[in-house]
Design a protein around this ligand. Structure first.
Ligand code: MN
Ligand code: MN
Length: 456
């Protein structure tokens, strides 16, 4: 039952491909630090590869490529296959939101000559990991006149960065006695943004100086924060990790590594596939797949209905058949076995960095609660596809029984009655500002998703 390390299977030429893919993925990560930025990048690449906006297409036929943009925060790509849609689609789905801090609606304040932006964290984070790091601001400001300004501060080398302070060790006797979950509390995640008073300003002169900068750079008034979405994320680029450069240190591998592997797998398809292929990049997974851009919204089934209509095949019954006959890989990261924390894992059923794409038959916690438990028959079929296409894969569950757990978008798509299984890339330090993956696992994920789209 021992799975092999993918690196041992590569000859020189293939290892170069692994490294080149890692480099391209790093560029994607650096451009896509928010769901909006990832959607923009996905559209740019899809259009380059001949995909058209579904809204602008009147009729569809086999071989056509289209995308569906949901509010700029979620996106779906489709390649129309030769078989009728009611036979089902081959679907890969990942999420492009990542843990971070979001600015509150009334965020800016001044305290003792320092200006701060108040935040509310998004997704599951260990709050103590987010202090004393260079942070950047990414997002949009929607003004009353309908214009939307993009904001990115802290990524250019000449840009300033922002950040959150921590108490000095010299005075931390009390703080260090606290439980790790409250060492840094949610309300303490306030980002320092300024320290110079505006000359002549009567009250809150440091805040006034920051407002003057925002006005000059973005034409923004303080009230415009009411209709802004600004995310506070780790500043700076992803890096090769390890002296052998076998890994990548980056922000947001969860789940942009799977999102990227999906895009690559879709764009690799040059021919017209038998089954229609679909790639979903969803938002809001980290907070329960809620809202109009989360997987629980109906954009996926609406898109399939639209496509069916534009193929001249639409009926309510055929739509339901298409959804229930589909096959899906819910592509999300898995907890990489960490020898430094071995007690939290069960060695036989853990995901290991470098051993290829990982299938999780089930996720969930405490007796598989909240899981999508994939069917044995489906896993059997996937094993055959993976082996036929020489994909290195492994199987795992998320840590030791009763240690915790987690979920993905798998259970939501399974509600349509389709076969769904979780499959993704192992990550070290998941949900930390800087996470680690192996380049070999990314490479095997692309191979796996491509093989699945063409053969499932
Ligand atoms: Mn995830
Ligand atoms: Mn996550």
């Amino acid at each position: 039952m021992e799975r092999i390390n993918a690196w041992t299977t590569y000859k020189k030429r293939e290892e170069k491909k692994v490294m080149d893919l890692g480099k391209a993925y790093r560029a994607f990560l650096d451009k896509g630090k928010t769901e909006r930025e990832c959607v923009k990048e996905a559209i740019r690449r899809a259009e380059q590869a001949g995909y058209a906006d579904l809204e602008k297409v009147e009729k569809l036929q086999a071989g056509d490529r289209v995308y569906v943009n949901t509010m700029g925060k979620a996106i779906q790509l489709y390649i129309i296959g030769t078989e009728p849609l009611e036979k089902g689609l081959n679907i890969v789905g990942a999420h492009i939101d990542s843990p971070r801090m979001d600015l509150k609606q009334n965020p800016l304040y001044e305290d003792t000559d320092v200006a701060y932006l108040d935040t509310h964290y998004y997704g599951g984070i260990k709050k103590y990991q987010w202090v004393t790091l260079p942070l950047a601001l990414h997002g949009v400001v929607a003004k009353k006149d309908g214009t939307v300004a993009d904001v990115v501060i802290g990524e250019d080398e000449d840009d300033p960065v922002v950040g959150i302070s921590d108490l000095l060790i010299h005075l931390s006797a009390q703080q260090l006695d606290k439980k790790a979950s409250v060492v840094i509390e949610g309300e303490a995640l306030d980002v320092i943004v300024g320290g110079k008073p505006l000359k002549g300003a009567e009250k809150e002169p440091v805040k006034a100086a920051i407002l003057a900068i925002l006005k000059e750079k973005y034409g923004m008034e303080e009230e415009d924060f009411l209709s802004a979405e600004i995310e506070v994320v780790p500043a700076g680029k992803s890096r090769d990790f390890g002296l052998d450069r076998s890994m990548i240190l980056g922000y947001g591998h969860d789940d942009r590594v799977c999102a990227y592997a999906q895009i690559e797998a879709m764009l690799k398809i040059a021919e017209t596939p038998r089954c229609t292929c679909c790639c979903i990049l969803a938002d809001k997974e980290e907070i329960g797949s809620v809202g109009a851009t989360g997987m629980r919204a109906r954009y996926f089934e609406n898109a399939v209905a639209e496509i069916m209509d534009k193929l001249g095949e639409y009926s309510e019954l055929k739509l339901r058949r298409a959804l229930s006959s589909s096959r899906m890989l819910s592509c999300d990261v898995s907890a990489g076995f960490d020898p430094s924390y071995a007690a939290s894992f069960e060695k036989k059923n853990s995901a290991y960095l470098g051993r290829g794409v990982c299938f999780n038959k089930y996720t969930g916690s405490r007796g598989k609660g909240g899981s999508n438990d994939a069917n044995a028959e489906y896993m059997g079929r996937l094993r055959a596809i993976m082996d036929d296409n020489k994909v290195c894969f492994q199987t795992a569950e998320l840590g030791r029984v009763d240690q915790g757990g987690g979920g993905t978008i798998a259970y939501i798509c399974a509600l349509y009655g389709m076969n769904v299984i979780d499959s993704g890339v192992a990550v070290l330090s998941m949900h930390a500002p800087w996470e680690i993956i192996s380049k070999a696992d990314l490479y095997e994920a692309v191979k796996a998703y491509h093989a699945f789209l063409m053969n499932a």
